[in-house]
Structure formats: structure tokens, C-alpha cells
Design a protein around this ligand. Structure first.
Ligand SMILES: NC(=O)c1ccc[n+]([C@@H]2O[C@H](COP(=O)([O-])OP(=O)(O)OC[C@H]3O[C@@H](n4cnc5c(N)ncnc54)[C@H](O)[C@@H]3O)[C@@H](O)[C@H]2O)c1
Length: 349
């Protein structure tokens, strides 16, 4: 299948692309490359990837694709702090524009990277896809609005699918340290302590980045009538964890490190447990292989191999908000996050 992957140079994209290539798909990537200065290890090569803003895509560039995997976004909750309008512009308006163009261009499948964070603060109840959406941030709100608008475009020839990903973890060339397990392991490796900002009790549904890639691959292969205009929680029922449990996996992997609780309520008081049964039931070929415990081991090995430093951990290399702030302050991008002149990318990226 010929697939356009937007956001192919990000955390999930750099794992998704080789996963799809290995399964015989033809992949073309499209990314603004905001984070190409920071690689934990070499990002994938051997496919066409275009430096382009998703807001600037033209219809003729989409003709001939059999699917779009739409990952490009400002990708975590605190990024909305930068400027909520930017989050709506890139995550919502550009998504709908891309989907409209895809529909006109005759692309039948549109896999949208949504997020379980749209369920918000829901307590201990298990949430399936019919649960109320209670977005707490403009990031989560942008996912709700996008799903809603995409559903209005669905018809016999255009099948949007909403993959509500659990919080990802695991090694990736374009690591993110702003997501919980990756962050806890970063603390442990660089300081010998695991620092939890909350009291450790909030629930988080978790999924390994490679299992997320596998779920997308299953949706690409599924009959259109099974997936069209459907939402799927992406993860597994045995991976709803409390943050303190994730910290204990880090502690048992690293050994000799203390867990510290800051007991703060941050800007994102998410707390929710998610029911992933629909994905398992409707796409029975999906067979996830990771757990947070095996993921912690993988992260530990990857950080040590890469020689992660305290500066890496606290700096902008692997933290999305810090990198975007730097690009803005350094005037490499303008206030709308468009590059001013040629982006300064590493030659190998
Ligand atoms: N990582 C998670 O835990 C998680 C969980 C749920 C949903 N998601 C969703 O999955 C998708 C990918 O997330 P990720 O963790 O890989 O994030 P990421 O920030 O690592 O990657 C996003 C990529 O999109 C690109 N991008 C951003 N704005 C763009 C624009 N205007 N034009 C072109 N490219 C642009 C960035 O350069 C980056 O490479 C996002 O839509 C995110 O909301 C991620």
C-alpha cells in the first residue's frame, strides 16, 4: 500500500515508518522537522521524506496514496501553553483541511492519531469509546474537535479512523522525555532518583510505541466497513498503570534509586483507566508484545547506550515545548511556527 505518513520525523513516526516499510508498504513522509536536532539514535532512512508544513499541503500532492497516517501535531498537553491558537491551527484546522484534500484526491483511508487524553479526569471507571469526552487542555480539545469534524467527511469512498492512543513509551530515534515512563527513566539514569510530580496515584493507560505502530498497521489492512468512521482506543487492558507503579518498574530496572513525590497538581490533572477491548475484538490480528516493565528495560539500555546526560535530560533535545520555545526565541521560526529561511538541520537527519 502507498502511504503518506505526516509527522514521520517525530517520536511515533520514526518507529512507525520502519515498521510499515518492513511490512512491504511504500511510505512517503512529510514533516516540518521541528525536532530534528535531537536524535537518541539514527532516524530511519531509505524512503522519501519531505520537509513540509502540513498546513501547506496541496491536493495534487495527495493523489495516488491509498492511505494517510496523520501523526503531525503539536503533541502534548503543555504545548497548548505556548499559544492555544497554534495548537488549534496545526492540530485541528490543518487536520480537517488535509482530510478534505485527501477526500478530493480520492485517498480512501485516513488514520488520525487521536489520544486517550480526550477522556480527561474520569477516576477509576473503565472508559470505552462511548465514554464522555472531558478534554482538560486545548491539546485534548483539538483531538475532540478533529474527530467530530472528520466524522462529517466520512462516506462510502472516504474512511476516517480515530486511533485514540494511550500514552506512549519506549525507545525511538526522536525520543520524547515529556511523556511519563520515558521521563521517569530519564530521572533515574541521569540523577539516580525517580521524581514524580504528583502523589503517584493517577491512572495512565500506556502503550509501547511499536505496539502503536502495529495497531495502525492492522487498521491499514482491515476491511473499510470495519474501520470507517470508528474510534479505537489503542492499547491493552493490562496496561492501565498508576504512576507510582511505573516508577517502581524504573526502580527495579535501574536498582539503587529512590522515588520522590512532589505532590503537585500540575496543569494536566488527568486520571483515567481505559478499556481497549474494541480494538482486540474488531482487529484480532493486533497482538501487542510490550509491557511497561519490558519497556523500562528497553529505555534503560537505550539511554545508557546513547550516554544520556543531565543536560540532555533537562535541555531542549528531547522536550517538545523547550525546543519550540527555543526556535521561537532564536527567530528560526515565526510566531506561526513557520521556518524563517532554511531550517538548520543536521546533515544526517
Ligand atoms: N506520544 C504519545 O504519547 C501520544 C499519545 C496519544 C496521541 N499521540 C499523537 O500521536 C501523534 C504523534 O505524536 P508524537 O509523540 O510522535 O509527537 P512528536 O512531537 O514527537 O511528533 C510530531 C511530529 O509532527 C511534526 N509537526 C508538528 N507540526 C507540524 C506541521 N505544522 N507540519 C508538519 N509537521 C509538523 C513535528 O515536527 C514532529 O516531527 C500526535 O498527533 C500526537 O498527538 C501521541
Amino acid at each position: 500500500m502507498k502511504i503518506l505518513v505526516t509527522g514521520d520525523r517525530g517520536y511515533i513516526g520514526t518507529v512507525m515508518v520502519p515498521y510499515l516499510l518492513q511490512r512491504g508498504h511504500e511510505v512517503v513522509g512529510l514533516d516540518a522537522e521541528y525536532y530534528s536536532n535531537g536524535s537518541l539514535f539514527a532516524p530511519p532512512e531509505g524512503y522519501i521524506h519531505n520537509l513540509k508544513d502540513v498546513r501547506d499541503v496541496q491536493m495534487d500532492e495527495l493523489v495516488g496514496f491509498e492511505a494517510i497516517v496523520h501523526l503531525a501535531a503539536l503533541s502534548n498537553d503543555p504545548l497548548g501553553d505556548l499559544n492555544p491558537e497554534l495548537t488549534y491551527d496545526i492540530n485541528y484546522r490543518a487536520t480537517i483541511r488535509l482530510a478534505q484534500l485527501a477526500r478530493e484526491a480520492g485517498v480512501p483511508r485516513f488514520l488520525y492519531a487521536s489520544s486517550c487524553s480526550l477522556y480527561g479526569a474520569a477516576g477509576d471507571n473503565l472508559l470505552d469509546e462511548s465514554a464522555p469526552m472531558r478534554p482538560l487542555t486545548c491539546y485534548a480539545e483539538s483531538k475532540v474537535r478533529s474527530e467530530d469534524a472528520l466524522s462529517k467527511l466520512a462516506d462510502r469512498d472516504f474512511a476516517p479512523v480515530y486511533l485514540r492512543n494511550a500514552t506512549a513509551y519506549g525507545a525511538s530515534p526522536r525520543l520524547r522525555l515529556d511523556i511519563v515512563l520515558n521521563n521517569l527513566m530519564g530521572w533515574a539514569v541521569t540523577t539516580g532518583r525517580v521524581r514524580i510530580t504528583s502523589d503517584g496515584t493517577p491512572w495512565r493507560p500506556m502503550a509501547h510505541v511499536e505496539d502503536i505502530a502495529q495497531a495502525f498497521a492492522c487498521v491499514l489492512q482491515a476491511p473499510l466497513d470495519v474501520i470507517s468512521n470508528q474510534a479505537f482506543n489503542v492499547g491493552t487492558n493490562n496496561q492501565n498503570y498508576q504512576v507510582r507503579e511505573l516508577a517502581s518498574f524504573v526502580q527495579e530496572t535501574v536498582g539503587h534509586c529512590n522515588i520522590e513525590y512532589a505532590n503537585q497538581t500540575g496543569p494536566d490533572p488527568r486520571n483515567y483507566r481505559v478499556d481497549f477491548s474494541k480494538l482486540a475484538r474488531m482487529l484480532p490480528t493486533f497482538s501487542p508484545v510490550w509491557s511497561a516493565r519490558t519497556g523500562a528495560r528497553e529505555l534503560f539500555d537505550a539511554y545508557r547506550t546513547a550516554g544520556m546526560t543531565t543536560e540532555d535530560f533537562h535541555g531542549r533535545r528531547f522536550t517538545r515545548l523547550k525546543q519550540l520555545r527555543f526556535l521561537l526565541e532564536d527567530r528560526q521560526v515565526d510566531g506561526t511556527l513557520r521556518w524563517v529561511g532554511q531550517p538548520r538541520l543536521p546533515i544526517t537527519a
